[in-house]
Design a binder for this molecule. Structure first.
Ligand SMILES: *Cc1c(COP(=O)(O)O)cnc(C)c1O
Length: 232
């Protein structure tokens, strides 16, 4: 892994400038999560210096390395955004403030039990596949609706919202429509569900589509490449 690679002053400035510029395109009410998978510690420090306090990582182990290296920055909120294997769930509850990638009832129930044991109440998003996508994890819409009653009983989780990743390669109109369906789904669940399913957060929008996502009601955007450049 390249996380300890140093960056020069010009790179650091570029990251700071990009973040400042992108921030001007995002309303203050929308939370900007900097996605730092494969991004170096030095680049993360530049992002922090530019005001970023929310960091998103895909892998529990990579995040652990970074959390150790950045432990002097005590006000970071860490978001897990990648698929979580059940055997790493205990670490995820220990290490992350948010788990955005809760993609099955089984995982939700496992996290709920671990959160109770650790006397924690992590915030989570339910990852939903608005369109069928064999390459992605997540609840199908029907599956989510069928499981609401069981999810509502996971009271050691603060079930805060939905996380959505549209399938790769959609046209902008289709992407917009997928984001709008996600917002409608969250509203529908809010009307139907019990006390624990708040779903006021909509985590949607990445480098190529975050403006569409914001127009459709995103409350969190997860940006990687547009802030840090292309990953290897
Ligand atoms: C990598 C990743 C992102 C960021 O994607 P970019 O295209 O680099 O902005 C956002 N969300 C998830 C779940 C990711 O895995």
């Amino acid at each position: 892994m390249t996380v300890s690679r140093p960056i020069d002053a010009a790179d650091a400035l570029r990251i700071t400038d990009r973040i400042t510029q992108i921030r001007t395109t995002i309303p203050d009410s929308v939370r900007l999560i900097a996605v730092t998978k494969q991004v170096s510690i030095a680049a993360m420090r530049s992002a922090y210096a530019a005001g970023i306090r929310d960091f998103g990582e895909s892998k529990v182990q990579e995040a652990a390395t970074k959390q150790l290296a950045l432990q002097d920055l005590t006000d970071i909120t860490w978001h897990l955004i990648g698929h979580l294997q059940t055997n790493k769930a205990i670490k995820a509850v220990e290490q992350f403030d948010w788990i955005q990638s809760v993609d099955s009832l089984k995982l939700a129930q496992r996290l709920d039990a671990l959160a109770e044991a650790q006397a924690k109440r992590p915030s989570v998003c339910l990852q939903v596949k608005i369109l069928p996508d064999p390459n992605k994890y997540g609840f199908a819409i029907e599956e989510l609706l069928k499981n609401l009653e069981f999810l509502d009983r996971c009271t050691h989780l603060h079930i805060a919202g939905l996380m959505v990743i549209p399938p790769y390669g959609l046209a902008p109109d289709q992407t917009r429509s997928a984001f709008e369906q996600a917002r409608e789904l969250a509203e529908k669940v809010r009307r139907q569900a019990g006390a624990n399913l708040h779903l006021e957060e909509l985590s949607m929008g990445m480098s190529d589509d975050y403006l569409l996502a914001i127009q459709a009601g995103a409350t969190m955007v997860r940006l990687g490449r547009i802030l840090f450049g292309d990953r290897q």
